[in-house]
Design a protein around this ligand. Structure first.
Ligand code: UDP
Length: 481
């Protein structure tokens, strides 16, 4: 019998990138019976394997193996907050040759490599070794499209966006399809940098290298972003929109031990019991994802805003969330007291389960793409506090394009926070509520039999099988000489 196709996946070393790529790996393993090699950096490899129920995981995905390469940073490096950008440069220089060595050492030559759109050194390695490569951008289609226009934004003088300047509200007109949507303040955070900044230049290079891949995978669904997906098809002959990936996996493998298996941080499930005791749609869930940090002042503004709104809240506060945390003595007693009455605080929540819980009525989020998509799928309206990367774009799409939430952008004083919490939880802005229900239905439809994302995953599996069959045919031809 012929050996199965072998797919190597390489995510950027951050939670929001590893999660969708590991889910895709599980889907390919389950749906295509492929051999999968999932390559993490050593740092994340150990964190992930510590939390996975390995025997149960192996029973479900027997042909999925984890391997690792160094990320080039010291063990003490925080790899979060602003210093996460160090990984851009260390992976490009240190991880690239290590990745090449790993690929050539594999016992089965890969059928194809699926590489994160900001790990584009994998395209160089794949080209050199003659292995097909598909790129997976873990952002929305809208944001992916914007990243292809960074050079144009520089030429038009839109970069750098000057923080606090009145021009922040000027409309951006040089990105086809987004003419009346984006203001300067809605551009990705890197647009605040000088044009010659190495970080901005890194993204320009990544976008250009991505175009050498044979196809693009996005964790979004066709019905949410049709115009942007059409634009991207002018760059990539094939675009597989296959999201929301988490729900696609959950719909195929119900109640499996693989659920939450892509988390790098231990989840505190105790909050589910607390949610069980709350009224339907009464609780605001608050989380700022795995990377961003708040100042102590911002943290207190949010906290006062929540408490003053009078709505119960569940808040995931990572130990490293507050950059200049001065200890519990600097938290006002009134906040501590009020939170005991109306709040539940955990360090890391089982977010998918939380958003699906009947007690949740709103989500105060940093607008990371996974969180945004998970909220859309669960029909939970959002209040957005974007800070870095694609978050500014996502929050604009949420509030202006899809109308499934409200955007705090650039201001988090306690009275604004309180007002938006009330608007979502109490006044239930009609347009937002209707749109939230509609988009959740579209997301559900997309992942079921006959839906767009369901179909695209099947097509991806088929296309990889075709690459594999062609490779075998060529090898047989060579052997027969
Ligand atoms: N997440 C979680 N528990 C938390 C906070 C976040 O499980 O308490 C998960 C969330 O479900 C999402 C991911 O972490 O899938 C965060 O990804 P996202 O793209 O939203 O943000 P990032 O962490 O990359 O900024």
């Amino acid at each position: 019998m012929d050996i199965a196709p072998h797919v190597v996946l390489l995510p950027f070393p951050a939670q929001g990138h590893i999660k969708p790529m590991l889910i895709l790996a599980q889907l390919l393993c389950h749906g295509g019976s492929f051999n999968i090699t999932f390559v993490n950096t050593e740092y994340n490899h150990h964190r992930l394997l510590k939390l996975i129920d390995q025997p149960a995981f192996s029973r479900l995905f027997p042909t999925l193996q984890f391997m690792s390469i160094p990320d080039g940073l010291s063990p003490e490096h925080p790899r979060a907050g602003p210093s996460v950008v160090d990984l851009f440069f260390s992976t490009s220089s240190v991880s690239k040759p290590e990745f090449r060595n790993l690929i050539v050492s594999l016992s089965q030559e890969p059928t194809c490599i699926i590489a994160d759109g900001i790990m584009s050194f994998a395209v160089d390695v794949a080209d050199e070794l003659g292995i097909p490569v598909i790129t997976f951008r873990t952002y929305s289609a809208t944001c992916t499209w914007i990243y292809f226009h960074l050079q144009k934004l520089i030429q038009n003088g839109e970069i750098p966006v000057l923080q606090g300047n009145e021009d922040m509200d000027t409309q951006i007109s040089c990105i086809p399809g987004l003419e009346n949507v984006l203001r300067r303040r809605d551009l990705p955070s890197i647009c605040k940098l000088e044009a010659d900044s190495p970080i901005l230049q890194f993204y320009i290079t990544q976008a250009s290298k991505m175009t050498r891949a044979s196809a693009l995978i996005l964790n979004t669904f066709q019905e949410l972003e049709t115009p942007m997906i059409t634009h991207l098809q002018s760059i990539f002959p094939t675009v597989y929109t296959s999201g929301p990936l988490h729900s696609l996996l959950n719909s195929i493998i119900v109640d499996s031990p693989s659920k939450n298996s892509s988390s790098l941080i231990e989840m505190d499930e105790s909050c589910i019991k607390w949610l069980d005791a709350q009224h339907p749609k009464s609780v605001l869930y608050v989380s700022f994802g795995s990377v961003i940090v708040l100042s102590h002042d911002q943290f207190l503004e949010f906290w006062y805003g929540l408490v003053n709104s009078g709505k119960p809240f569940l808040w995931a506060i990572r130990p490293d969330l507050i950059v200049d945390y001065n200890g519990p003595n600097n938290i006002p007693e009134e906040l501590k007291w009020a939170s005991k009455e109306m709040g539940c605080i955990v360090s890391w929540a089982p977010q998918e389960d939380v958003l699906a819980h009947q007690s949740i009525g709103g989500f105060l989020t940093h607008s990371g793409w996974n969180s945004t998509l998970e909220s859309i799928y669960s029909g939970v309206p959002m209040i957005c506090w974007p800070m870095i990367a694609d978050q500014q774009v996502n929050s604009r799409c949420v509030s202006e394009m899809w109308k499934v939430g409200l955007d705090l952008k650039d201001t988090c004083d306690r009275s604004t926070v309180e007002k938006l919490v009330r608007d979502v939880m109490e006044n239930k802005v009609e347009e937002v509520m209707a749109s939230t229900v509609k988009n959740a239905r579209l997301a559900h439809d997309s992942i079921h039999e006959g839906g767009s994302s369901h179909g695209n995953i099947k097509k991806l599996v088929q296309d990889i099988i075709s690459i594999h069959s062609r490779k075998i045919a060529v090898n047989k031809e060579i052997m027969s000489f």
